[in-house]
Design a protein around this ligand. Structure first.
Ligand code: KG4
Ligand code: ZN
Length: 356
């Protein structure tokens, strides 16, 4: 059995569990372009979840502009927090809040710092413990919010803008990384291809939407599956789409989008299915922003039904970045004795690693 460890300086400093379990956790998320705060009870019941997206701010630049993102977090975090606390029957005094969880990596350094600084200030002012949470671990906990009784072992396909991972989960907090992308993340490929074919930012939802009007068999884009294991590669596919569109500028955008999406989903489902079979998983679970993709959800559901295992697809709001998943992961960590000191650092390159 393996346990998750996070890399990076000044992370959690474990201490013994106190006599009272920590029930109500405030989660703060600001790793990329969503400013979010949420109050979660007992690690599973969402009392409030407020997400303020900066999509409109970045759309005109075709992607997230880090400096603009951090400034927007500074402006948005206070009202977002006030909303989340008020909806949970609390206020600026932190009444009823037992602990604070904050994403401290991976992500954009300036954006992460805004959330981390706020968490430290509130922890000190309210006199409650704080824990830094790995954003990737938070995505894994999103599933437990809707289905606390998920059976083990599970294989989680974590597909976001920055990561593509296949992870065996044997219990909450016990992970084994089975594979990952060797180049672009799946969401990154969606965003880059969308930008190239003129669909703007964020690319994933745009490709998802237009693909419904296209022919997924119009172009036979490559399915790259490096090695015999569970790794992924999407940069060749992206280049292939670019070359095709340059050669055939009159090609239907919907057909290109649908054929590209088909290739990404094909590879993700093939490898996730093989990983689940290899470990005897009881279910495949999706996590991360790309898990909101309609075709991926339908294909995973079908593959799991064919293989006689469960499929767990968190609601779309819990797939994309939110703070409820951070609070859920923080609840688990805090109740396992993790505490972060006030010297907690934001780590843009924080990794999710397994120890066997
Ligand atoms: O998890 P997330 O919200 O942020 C990160 O941690 O990266 O994931 C964002 C990514 C973006 O690349 C976005 O294009 C992609 O998720 N995405 C989608 C869909 N919705 C969001 N990709 C494909 N289809 C979607 N419906
Ligand atoms: Zn994310």
């Amino acid at each position: 059995m393996s346990t998750l460890a996070t890399t990076g300086a000044a992370t959690s400093a474990p201490i013994a569990n106190g006599p009272c379990p920590i029930r109500r956790v405030l989660g703060i998320e600001s790793s990329c372009d969503e400013t979010a705060a949420s109050v979660v009870d007992d690690g599973t019941t969402i009392i409030s979840s407020v997400v303020s997206s900066q999509i409109d701010l970045h759309a005109r630049y075709g992607g997230v502009v880090p400096e603009l993102a951090s400034r927007a977090h500074v402006e948005l975090l206070t009202p977002v927090l006030a909303d989340a606390l008020e909806q949970a029957g609390s206020d600026h005094t932190g009444r009823g809040i037992d602990g604070i969880a904050v994403t401290h990596g991976p992500g954009l350094i300036g954006s992460l710092l805004v959330g981390v600084a706020e968490a430290k200030a509130l922890s000190m002012a309210w006199g409650v413990p704080m824990v830094g949470v790995n954003h990737l671990e938070a995505h894994l906990f999103a599933s437990l919010l809707e289905q606390p009784e998920l059976g083990w072992p599970l294989v989680v396909l974590l597909v976001s803008g920055g990561h593509t991972l296949l992870i065996e989960v044997t219990a909450p907090g016990e992970y084994r990384i089975m594979g990952g992308t060797i180049d672009d993340a799946a969401g990154e490929a969606f965003d880059k291809v969308a930008r190239f074919i003129g669909l703007g930012y964020p690319g994933g939802p745009a490709i998802d939407a237009i693909s419904g009007q296209g022919d997924a068999k119009a172009f036979a884009f490559p399915r790259s599956m490096p090695g015999d294991g569970y790794d992924f590669s999407f940069s060749g596919l992206k280049t292939s789409v670019v070359n095709k569109v340059r050669k055939e500028p009159e090609a239907s955008t919907a057909d290109v989008a649908a054929s590209f999406q088909e290739a990404v989903v094909d590879v993700l489902v093939t490898r996730a299915r093989a990983a689940a079979a290899a470990v005897g998983a009881r279910a495949i679970c999706l996590a991360g922003g790309v898990a909101a993709n309609s075709l991926l959800r339908a294909r995973i559901e079908q593959a799991c039904a064919d293989d006689g295992i469960g499929a767990f697809l968190p609601s779309r709001a819990l797939c994309t970045d939110n703070a409820a998943m951070v609070a859920a992961a923080g609840h688990w960590r805090l109740n396992h004795g993790d505490r972060s000191p006030l010297t907690l650092a934001a780590d843009p390159n924080l990794r999710l690693v397994s120890t066997v």
